[in-house]
Structures are given as structure tokens and as C-alpha cells.
Design a protein around this ligand. Sequence first.
Ligand SMILES: Cc1cc2nc3c(=O)[nH]c(=O)nc-3n(C[C@H](O)[C@H](O)[C@H](O)COP(=O)(O)O)c2cc1C
Length: 173
Amino acid sequence: MKGTIDDLLARRSSRKYSSRQIGDAELEEVLKAGEYAPSAMGRQSSVMVVLQDREAIAKLSRMNAAIMGSSSDPFYGAPIVIVVLGDRSNPNSVYDGSLVMGNLMNAAHALGLGSCWIHRAYQEFESEEGKELLREWGVPGDLIGIGHCILGYAEDLPKEAAPRREGRIHRIR
Ligand SMILES: Cc1cc2nc3c(=O)[nH]c(=O)nc-3n(C[C@H](O)[C@H](O)[C@H](O)COP(=O)(O)O)c2cc1C
């Protein structure tokens, strides 16, 4: 159990990646951890779209950058982007999808992989271009974007966590 706590404390966001793909077995483990995230009423309505196709990643990267008014790659060259989306009709989609994101990132760390939450999935998939992409990928349903989990072999130096802000825990005893 100590290993789990250690992993939760040591995970950091990586923002530099090798272009080398990770193994299928590791990817499946990360995805399984995402599937096992808790969900409100056990509905399991979040979905994950796993992008390993360079062109598809580049297209989404351009869309994401455009939302920020930037032209740099918001996915930092990661060879995998897992897009987490939620069912629009489920009022708990953002909560459920965020837990999937957390599981993905913590599992990646436990396997020695780098990851980072990349935002703006909501704006991407509200756009006509985003909806068209989902149709092109064959992903059914009326979905909202929650986040992107980028994944790969990290090439940035290990980072110290920022000091934890004080006063965030209120104890009533
Ligand atoms: C909701 C959310 C959105 C985030 N969006 C981005 C993003 O768009 N780009 C990025 O580089 N990091 C993003 N991050 C990563 C945070 O910047 C990072 O988690 C935070 O600085 C703490 O660092 P750590 O993850 O290394 O502990 C996001 C994190 C969360 C939870």
C-alpha cells in the first residue's frame, strides 16, 4: 500500500517527451486504470479516445493551440493523447471524467511513464470541427470534452512538487 501513496505523492506533470511509442501492454494498463475510476451511480459513462496517429494528434494540437491563440504544441510532442469525454446528459460527467484523468496520470506514473492533463477539451469538442472529428473517429454519443491525458516517455528532469499551500485542511474534532 505504501507504494500507492508514494506514487500519488511523486507523480509530476511532464512537458517534454521522447517520440518513441510506449508498449501496448503498458498502454493497456493505463487505460484499464482509467476504466476502473469510480463514477457517480456506477454509470461509467466517460469515454476515452486513444490517439497514437501522428496526423490526428497534430490536428488536435493545432485546434487546441488555436483556442489559446498560440502556435506551439500544447501536447509537448507526446506520442499518445488520450481524450476523455463525458456524456452531455449526465450531470456528473465532469466529476467522473476528472477521476478517469486522475487514474490515467497516476497509473502512468506507477509504470514509469510521463503524463500531463492538457485542458481545453471542452472548447475543442463544442466546436463543429471537434464534433466532426468525433464522427470521423467513429465515436458515438452526445459528448463533452473533459481533458486530454498526454502520455509517453518523459524527457524532462524529475521535478520537486511545489510546496503545499497551507490552510487547506480544516479539522473539526
Ligand atoms: C484541470 C487541469 C488543467 C490543466 N491544464 C494544463 C494545460 O493545459 N497544460 C499544461 O501544461 N498543464 C496543465 N495542467 C497541469 C498542471 O499545470 C499541473 O498539474 C500543476 O502545475 C501541478 O504540477 P504537477 O502535476 O507536476 O504536480 C492542468 C492540470 C489540471 C488539473
